[in-house]
Design a protein around this ligand. Structure first.
Ligand code: ATP
Ligand code: MG
Length: 322
């Protein structure tokens, strides 16, 4: 044995012998034909059957008192489905109609600021401050490109917030408590969320009266909704029993057979929750944020402008704004 092994061992003892496993050597491999009985099922009756997406349930929301803002979170754990575009354009459309609207961006990508013409580099207090220090609720609000539409900016400082919140008591209710003093001053508070289910998103769900779920009419749409359904069920059971869905909005819709099939399937599942029309895929909706303005200031007559106008009308009725 080499010296270095011996000196590394306690009391200079040597390792006990390893167990000797029998080695396979010189085995003759014979090909034998065995008659294995494979049971033949008479029918498939014993196999579990489950209705496709049977668990996808989206509870309808309840109305909220007229004298305070309704808090609505726009959410889908699936990324890139049009959450931020929906927040910006519904908020802007309602503000242009004279309602007082506050948008809270809880996504570290901070796209609401860009889309509403707010320069993030000049902002001192953000959604992070709102959650950590509720007393910043008043001062963290910023004016936007649209009159009557205010924004609390989300930015990269939200990254890491979840870790900090883990140490806090009542960590799921921070946003709900922080928004309390703002409620009498707005008609609608719209919260944009990231495509993930962290503590900040849970805070948004706990604070909310209703949810808007944008769904892209693509193949995996129902899987996304199944995920959302589970999340809503858990939050209702544990943290916010009044949480429900205000509407499902079909987004980036093209007149292809697949898009149409998916749209029909979702409409069949949630006929009462669908907010019509579907938002058509429209390049103007993608261009508007680069100018820092919503579609209704950029090109109100575009397909996207018209679709979001009609959607805002449907939601205004659901939210008793008119
Ligand atoms: N109807 C539409 N037609 C064309 N482009 C659209 C439409 N809606 C959204 N977009 C574009 O698609 C991209 C994704 O949209 P958006 O950022 O609103 O999705 P999101 O769900 O907020 O994404 P994330 O999950 O990353 O937050 C953006 O570039 C946006 O401009
Ligand atoms: Mg987004």
């Amino acid at each position: 044995m080499p010296d270095y092994i011996v000196t590394n061992l306690k009391d200079n003892t040597t390792l006990p012998d390893v167990d000797k496993a029998p080695l396979i050597m010189d085995v003759e491999f014979l090909e034998t034909e065995e008659n294995i009985d494979i049971p033949i099922l008479d029918s498939f009756e014993e196999v579990h059957t489950s209705k496709k997406y049977a668990a996808v349930e989206l509870p309808k929301s309840l109305s909220s008192p007229k004298e305070r803002a309704r808090i609505v979170t726009v959410i889908n754990q699936k990324g890139g489905v049009g959450k931020t575009t929906t927040v910006i354009n519904i908020a802007a459309q309602l503000a242009l109609r004279g309602h007082n609207i506050l948008v809270i961006d809880s996504d570290s990508q901070g796209n609401c600021a860009t889309g509403l013409g707010v320069d993030k580099s000049k902002v001192r207090e953000t959604t992070r401050d709102l959650i950590l220090n509720p007393e910043t609720a008043i001062s963290a609000r910023h004016a936007t490109a649209v009159d009557k539409l205010h924004l609390i900016v989300g930015d990269k400082n939200l990254i890491g917030l979840e870790q900090e919140m883990l140490r806090q008591l009542g960590r799921e209710k921070r946003l709900s408590e922080a928004l309390e003093p703002l409620l009498p001053h707005y008609d609608i508070i719209l919260i944009d969320t990231p495509p993930s289910l962290g503590l900040v998103t849970i805070n948004a769900l706990v604070a909310s009266d209703g949810l808007i779920i944008p769904v892209q009419t693509e193949y995996f749409a129902l899987e996304g909704l199944a995920l959302m359904s589970g999340t809503i069920r858990e939050v209702r059971n544990l943290l916010n029993p009044r949480l429900g869905v205000d509407g499902v909005i079909l987004t980036m819709h093209s007149p292809t057979t697949l898009n149409q099939q998916v749209a029909n399937e979702i409409i069949d599942y949630f006929p009462e929750l669908i907010v019509k029309p579907a938002v058509r895929r429209n390049i103007k909706l993608a261009e508007a944020p680069s100018h820092g303005i919503p579609i209704h200031l950029y090109d109100p007559k575009s397909a996207g402008g018209k679709d979001y106008q009609e959607i805002a009308s449907v939601l205004s009725r659901r939210w008793s704004l008119i």
